[in-house]
Ligand binder design. Sequence first.
Ligand code: ATP
Length: 247
Amino acid sequence: TTPNSILEVNGIEVIYNHVILVLKGVSLTVPEGGIVAILGGNGAGKTTTLRAISNLLKGERGEVTKGSIELRGERIENLTPADLVRRGVVQVMEGRHCFAHLTIEENLLTGAYTLRDRAEIAANLEKVYAYFPRLKTRRTSQAAYTSGGEQQMCAIGRALMSSPRLVLLDEPSMGLAPQIVDEVFHIVKDLNAKERTTFLLAEQNTNMALKYADYGYIMESGRIVMDGPAQELASNEDVKEFYLGMG
Ligand code: ATP
C-alpha cells in the first residue's frame, strides 16, 4: 500500500454478461485528501471503473474478474454498496438521479440512510446548505422542477449527507452550461479544502477536470494510457491534441 492512499485499484478486469471484457487491467491510486480525475471519451470505461469500486456492477451484469480494490489497505470487493457507504465511500451516479417527486430537502435526507444520530443528520443538512446555498433556497421545491445544475448539486449534496470520506463523482459536468459546471467544481474544491473530502471523478470534460483536479488518469478502451499531475497533463502536447477539445 502506498502511504497516505485512501484507495488503491490494482489491475482490475471487468467483464459484462460473462463475455465482454471492458476493463483490461486498470490500476490507480487515490491519495487521502486528493481530487483525482479519470478522463477519456465515451465508452472508455470510466463509469465501469467507478462502479467496480462502489460494487454497483451487479445490477449491470458486470463483475470484477481479476485484480483487487483496497480502501486504506482493506480489500473491499466483497462489500455491499451500503457497507461501503458506512465506511465512507459514496457514489454520485451519472445523470444525477434525484427523486423527481421529492423535494430537494427530502432528496438530501434520503442520503442519510446509514446514519442513526439525528443531530448528525441535522448538522450535515446545514453543512450541505452552507456549501450549496442554491439548495437551501430551493429546499421545498420538487426536484423535477429544479434546473439541471440544481439537480446535480442535489445529487452531490445527498451523497454528502452520509458523512463520506471518499466521493466517487461520475461525469458531474454532463449536460450543464459551462458556468454551472464551474460553480459545481468550485464547490467540490471547497469541500476538498475545508472538509478534506477526497474525490475521484470521471469526466469527459478534460479542460474543466484538469483545472480542478490534482492528478489525472486518461483511459482509452478499458486501459489507463497516461497519468500524471493535472498541470502536467494540461500542458502535455498529446493531451492537448487528443483530449482538450472534448466535453
Ligand atoms: P460514458 O462517458 O459513456 O459513461 P465511460 O468511459 O464511462 O463512458 P463505460 O460506461 O464504463 O464508459 O463503458 C465502457 C464500455 O463498457 C463501453 O464499451 C460500454 O458499451 C460497455 N458497457 C457498459 N455497460 C455495459 C453493460 N451493462 N453491459 C455490456 N456492456 C457495457
